[in-house]
Write a protein of this length. Structure first.
Length: 291
């Protein structure tokens, strides 16, 4: 028997820290919610990975814009203790640039975010609000397309742009949104460079988590997906391959993510903006229409 409307558990699949934050908010709104992280975030440590990051820091004053694809990109870029296989003078130079940014003395470089979570991370890192470009809070979606509506009419000819992103352990981590906005910049005459600052990995699930996922494929729970990569991890994890998801229900926070969830076999998928009120409304719509 399906649970009565409003009582289905909402399963949050974001990385652990983000999932815990969302679960707290959903519970404060009166909903049952549980964290089920499907992406593990890890800092980079290999010298071959850290060298490009150090070089990006040293070149930062020469960029016209720096796009952070997520709050994790901000956190790991501004991380004060990443283990640089580097000289002390280089470390000191990076610290000076960081101080310049926080002091608001690097006005030529714009710091860009696809949504409010990344904006909050930039503010927490010390970037001035006046230097941040992002979609407005009431935008229909928080993504590369919405950001381009804000910044696309500027003169990008001859400008350098840095995209700060994460690495994925598998091919499913490619981002059509990130690639799309890079193509727009290049078409507008800018040069676009990428630097990775963290890695996304599939989680290692306990036996209890595997059993919970199997049960949630048919017990009326509502999965909340904010990443296509999380969907791919779930259906490919050992112990979960071959599950029939046709009775499963989900809310996806972007049309591209919704497509991935449907392609993975989910029988019922609702689309939502990645904001608490919209997610609650989408979940409520599922429950009222399909109790």
């Amino acid at each position: 028997m399906s649970p009565p409307a409003g009582s289905a558990s909402l399963i949050v699949t974001r990385p652990a820290g983000d999932a815990a934050h969302w679960v707290r908010q959903l519970r404060q709104a009166g909903r049952r919610a549980e964290a089920f992280p499907l992406i593990e975030i890890a800092g980079l440590s290999a010298p071959a990975q850290l060298q490009p990051l150090a070089q990006a820091w040293l070149a930062l004053p020469g960029y016209a814009a720096c796009l952070f694809v997520s709050g994790h990109a901000v956190t790991h870029f501004f991380k004060p203790d990443w283990p640089l296989a580097h000289t002390v003078p280089a470390q000191a130079a990076i610290s000076n640039i960081a101080s310049t940014i926080i002091s608001g003395l690097l006005p030529e470089c714009r710091f860009m975010a696809p949504g409010p979570g990344t904006v909050a991370a930039l503010l927490a890192a010390g970037v001035a609000a006046a230097q941040i470009d992002a979609p407005p809070p009431d935008a229909g979606q928080f993504d590369s397309e919405a950001l381009w509506q804000v910044i696309g009419q500027r003169d990008w000819r001859g400008r350098r742009v840095l995209v700060v992103r994460g690495l994925s352990s598998g091919a499913e981590g490619s981002s059509s949104g990130r690639d799309w906005i890079a193509a727009q910049w290049r078409a507008a005459g800018a040069s676009v460079e990428f630097v990775a600052v963290y890695e996304r990995r599939p989680p290692v699930l306990t036996e209890a988590q595997l059993q919970r996922a199997q049960a949630a494929s048919a017990d009326g729970s509502i999965w909340i997906f904010s990443s296509s990569e999380a969907v791919g991890h779930l259906v490919r994890l050992p112990g979960l391959q071959g599950i029939d998801w046709r009775r499963a229900r989900a809310v996806a926070t972007h049309p591209r993510i919704a497509e991935a969830v449907r392609a993975a076999g989910w029988g019922l998928v609702a689309e939502s903006r990645p904001a608490l009120g919209d997610i609650l409304q989408a979940a409520g719509s599922i429950e009222s229409r399909y109790p």
